[in-house]
Design a protein around this ligand. Sequence first.
Ligand code: PEP
Length: 255
Amino acid sequence: MRKKIIAGNWKMNKNLEEGLALVSEASNMIKDEYNGNALVVFIPPFIHINAVSKMLEGYENQFSGAQNCSNHQSGAYTGEISASMIKSCGANYVIIGHSERRQYFNEHNQWLAQKIDACLKNNLLPIYCCGETLEERESEQHFQVIESQIKEGLFHLNVNDFLKITIAYEPVWAIGTGKTASTAQAQEVHAFIRTLIASHYSNEIANEITIQYGGSVKPENAAELFAAPDIDGALIGGAALQSRSFTDIVKAMTH
Ligand code: PEP
């Protein structure tokens, strides 16, 4: 059985006090109200990771993560944060290649492959994002775009390292827009990603990899998305900023 993972990406929201209040509420609500086996990941801005990680100690299946990391190990890179620094603050996961990083910070697949390596070298589990823009979908290039993102970002990994990856399919046109991909659209791409993995690695490996959907996931649409056979959880933006909506999405993951 592959792991189910619900991750909340706060982006550049919440000061320390607000962030800790959110984690305190949500972690307790999840503990009290959720008895499934999905893993939950809180992904605050870097400077809150240490405090969030400490708050989550002792909570089963609840972890912290980072939204990005440097592709360098250390050195004269003012303003950057390395994977080893993130690890030392208690995080387990790192989002790599979020569409906002690709779009606003020009992060390309080759660079993201280096970030994946930096995470793995420091025992951090990458959540690798892929997904097409509206223009790419409308011109029916979405499969091709996703294929390059996956191949160029991940397929240099050996099997052992590849098994540590979580993939998040996030159509850019559905992020923060209130517009969710239909369950059929999401399922189609998730199945496509699994086929790509099977052809490069094997069917067994493809069946082990967690593939999350991201793009305006809310308590109202989560259960339907999670019922699709190849959707193994969610990467959530807006709805992760409130303890009630985040917890309700976690509760929608019943199996
Ligand atoms: C995201 O940022 O990864 C995301 C999916 O955001 P939202 O849920 O707000 O669409």
